[in-house]
Write a protein that binds this ligand. Structure first.
Ligand code: HH2
Length: 296
């Protein structure tokens, strides 16, 4: 049994984009995105991560006005959803407007490198920030990623970005770290990061993992993006066993249940859910217990 098993926190993905790699265009309409977000909450999401710009390999950047036009109505429509809202952006102005609209987490895949004003926004607002590792930028990151030791290099990068955040007035207790699965990494790099995730956890901050539906799972299983839920769950459970806390997923119901059972098994203790949810994802209307103490 592990000495400490984090309470797994499920972060549901709400992509308000035409071109995201697995669900591009599905939730571009604000009302559809809001309904989808509420469905993810009913399935057990404790955080909704709303994004208006795809970061898939080769994606073209989106302008600030267009990104705001996509995400703001959705954040406003989810403000009373009863969960924390996260904004997936690397633009300070988008982050600031999203925080005004009710978000309390900034998920910055550039780890404060994309916009020099981002650190000040996060420091002033006192929100949580997720700092993610990425080699290069989305347009080119998968061309030929190389590392001597991927885990050592990602850990050193995240430690340096944590120091940078603290130096800019961000409270260390509000920083989460993410190895950036699929961002400038080969399949072997992704697998090694997952296998040695405890070395990232050792930095002492909550670790976020985003493996959901990613292409390395498709290469290993031969499955299309929407059929990678089992592969996603395998990685989530292994990441939990190595100390990860936050799981960014598209398929919330499955990840929530798998992580609840995995956490109970690793701890050797469990609590029953207080409500029963439908087995059909599309008709789920009640929420399961969320007793987890959240990373703050
Ligand atoms: N992955 C994606 C986007 N944002 N944020 C964090 N912290 N970690 C991740 O691994 C991560 C992320 C890519 O997934 P998705 O949002 O589904 O696709 P797209 O970027 O094409 O919208």
């Amino acid at each position: 049994m592990l000495a400490h098993v984090p309470d797994p926190v499920v972060m549901g993905v709400v992509n308000v984009t035409p071109d995201s790699f697995s669900d591009g265009g599905e939730w571009l309409d604000p009302q559809a995105a809001i309904a989808h977000g509420r469905e993810l909450v009913a399935q057990g999401a404790a955080i909704l991560d709303v994004g208006g710009e795809s970061t898939r390999p080769g994606a073209e950047p989106v302008g600030e006005a267009e990104e705001l036009r996509r995400v703001l109505p959705v954040l406003e429509g989810l403000a009373d959803a009863g969960v924390r809202l996260s904004i997936d952006t690397s633009k300070a102005a988008v982050a600031a407007a999203a925080l005004d609209a009710g978000a309390t987490i900034v998920n910055d895949v550039t780890a404060l490198r994309g916009d020099v004003r981002m650190a000040a926004v996060v420091a002033e607002r006192g929100c949580v920030v997720c700092l993610m590792h990425m080699l290069g930028e989305p347009r080119t990151m998968q061309l030929d990623p190389r590392y001597d030791d991927v885990v050592d290099e990602v850990r050193a990068f995240l430690a340096a970005r944590l120091e940078h955040a603290i130096a800019h007035g961000i409270d260390e207790q509000r920083v989460w770290l993410d190895p950036g699965i699929g961002f400038g990494k080969t399949i072997d790099h992704n697998l090694e990061l997952l296998a040695r995730l405890d070395e990232i956890v050792a930095l002492g901050r909550p670790v976020v993992v985003g493996t959901s539906r990613k292409s390395f799972l498709g290469t290993i299983t031969g499955r299309d993006a929407h059929d990678r839920v089992a592969g996603t769950i395998a990685t989530n459970v292994l990441a939990l066993a190595r100390g990860a806390s936050v799981f960014r997923v598209h398929d919330v119901a499955e990840a929530h249940d798998a992580l609840a059972v995995a956490a109970a098994t690793l701890r050797g203790r469990w609590a029953p859910a207080t409500t029963t949810t439908s087995t059909s994802r599309s008709t789920t209307t009640t929420s399961t217990t969320k007793t987890a103490s959240r990373p703050s």
